[in-house]
Design a protein around this ligand. Structure first.
Ligand SMILES: [Zn+2]
Length: 242
């Protein structure tokens, strides 16, 4: 993927040079210095659902602030995917499923350490609905993650990949998309895992920091940024795009 990233960088650098060399105005050249998005880029809007918004059962502080920004960002992308966390009742990641445990404590499960959450995003409940102000008419796909009772994989790629080729990985690659921009809730969990999974599957990936908000429990936010940096996930601000 390093070669791919280099090619991508060179392609973008070439576009800037082309703009500078064709007598365009200073303002035009400045505009070209933003990330040039095209058919190979997708925005993935992660879990902007009522449970994660202030007032919800697993509220992410200031989670509602990102909604207007995400609506604006989405207008710059030809490809937009909205994901939803989507749990069965009594899910293994819920503290209520572990007698004596409280939310935000950890347990060791077969697949590793699991932070326990308040019940959230139970299938078919209002808490699992997307935030009402999210307005992205161009969104093409709504993959649901966390359907399996025994797993809390957080991110949609892993879940989708194990199930069917029609999952998110297949959907994006089938459209020639090779670069994803991830935003939403929460930075240190579903957003980070989505970006990390994207890298594992060969996509270039960036997280749009100011269009995301974190939970930050037990040092999770710093750890997530560190893991993403190691995996080659770019950390960008919305101003680089829109
Ligand atoms: Zn969840």
């Amino acid at each position: 993927m390093k070669d791919g990233q280099r090619r991508e960088f060179l392609r973008r650098a070439g576009l800037v040079l082309l703009a500078a060399g064709t007598g365009t105005s200073t303002a035009r050249v400045f505009a070209q210095s933003k990330i040039k998005l095209g058919a190979k880029d997708a925005l993935i809007v992660v879990d902007v659902q009522n449970c994660f918004i202030p007032g919800g059962s697993l509220a992410v502080a200031k989670g509602d602030e990102i909604v207007p920004l995400i609506n604006t960002l989405a207008r710059n992308f030809q490809n937009v995917v909205l994901t939803q966390d989507w749990h069965t009742p009594g899910h293994v990641s819920f503290a209520s499923s572990h007698p004596g445990k409280k939310p935000f404590e950890s347990v060791k499960l077969a697949y590793g350490n699991q932070i326990l959450w308040p019940d959230h995003c139970v299938q078919g409940t209002d808490g699992a609905n997307l935030h009402k102000d999210l307005a992205i008419p161009t969104a093409q796909l709504h993959p649901l993650n966390g359907e399996h009772q025994e797993l809390d994989p957080y991110a949609v790629f892993a879940e989708a990949e194990g199930k069917t080729k029609a999952g998110l990985d297949g959907y994006l690659k089938g459209r020639g998309i090779n670069s994803v921009y991830v935003c939403g809730l929460a930075t240190d969990f579903c957003v980070a895992w989505t970006a990390l999974d994207a890298r594992k599957l060969g996509f270039a990936a960036a997280v749009i920091e100011d269009a995301s908000r974190g939970i930050d429990t037990q040092g999770s936010l710093a750890a997530a940024w560190n893991n993403m940096k190691k995996a080659g996930v770019k950390r960008i601000q919305s101003g680089a795009i829109a």
